[in-house]
Write a new protein. Sequence first.
Length: 404
Amino acid sequence: MAADTSVGGNVTVEAVLLPASVSKTLFGKAISNQYAVIELTISNKSQDATLIVHSIFIDYSEWLLSGTAKALAAAGLPGQAVPVPSTANPQPAEPATFQSFQSATANQLASVEYRIARGEAQDAQAWTSRNWTMRLLQFLGVIATGSEFTFKETGIVKSIGAFTGQVVPAAQVLWPDGTVAQLDRISDFGFRANKVIPKEASDIVVAFFPLDRFITPELKKLFLASPAVFFVPAAALVDKTVRGQIIGVLQRLVGAAQVRPDDSVETLLSNSKIKGLLDGISLNKIRVQVGGVLSVDIDTVPAKIDSVKLDDPTARWDGTHPITGVIHGSLLSNGQPEIDESNQYGITIDTAPNQSSSDQLRFTLHLSGTVAGGTVLHFHVIKAKYSRSIDSGPVQITVPGSST
């Protein structure tokens, strides 16, 4: 049987959003303040194929705050009206069409590649509090050393020497630079195009989604301070530190008259419309998707034989001329046809590689004698890989002609 090359049937993805405080420690402040950092565990369960990851993106078409008609309808809010023809515009605008080599995205946001995130973090490295302080100390030390000739007091000159030779190096040891390790983590775990996940294996990939692309400044502050508000918004009604902010969001969605600050949690959650809104603004509505292909090493996968056809079904199997034919199927490349009864009837097999492909395998049978009509032969396609034989399994054909 041919290998299943469906990505959806062989690959699983588990995702977890890293809070800003965790992202800051792992990847630096520049990354934590600008990106939603999501760790993905990508598992390739295929026994035959390697997963090549092409893209990672989020689909927020079902998120209420995206404003799509689908999301609004799911939350019980009126969606966008269908465009009505007018005198100035008698025909509504038609959706754009694309050629077979073109594609478009809608309500999707791709992860930036690790080199982009690393470049941003590397540029910000020079302006961290630690590195700014170290450079300031070194600057002062250089200025003081260059001004030694203006001081006659021996104590001041010695103090300058101690500052530049001992204080500055000691400060660098006391306050180490963590950005080097942060840059290395981005290189090690950050999403990169064409990342390979071996068969029956899994790996960790960290995706970086620009916050300013899909979340507004006020909501961004709330997200960075407490991302749980956007995952369990009902819990934010209980927590008085963020209750006022979530109430404000609900009021702007449905009006202050329907949501009052002094309403109890029970009152708010008993309102089906409010429950729909809370469910709609949850980030659980945003899906993380992984795109890629499964690449099969055809030399390690058994060939699949669909049929064996002879070029001339009326040819006599009397050994006076070769018998030619073709094996149809899949994953036939680099395969060698064999017949179980070849030794019994003195049959040797040649192939024509220049006329063969993954879907067909041409062969020529040389007979040392007559093979009676009606004889049943069992064809196989054998592949040799890593000192082992990979057998397609037998397919029967019957030698043409009467057994008498």
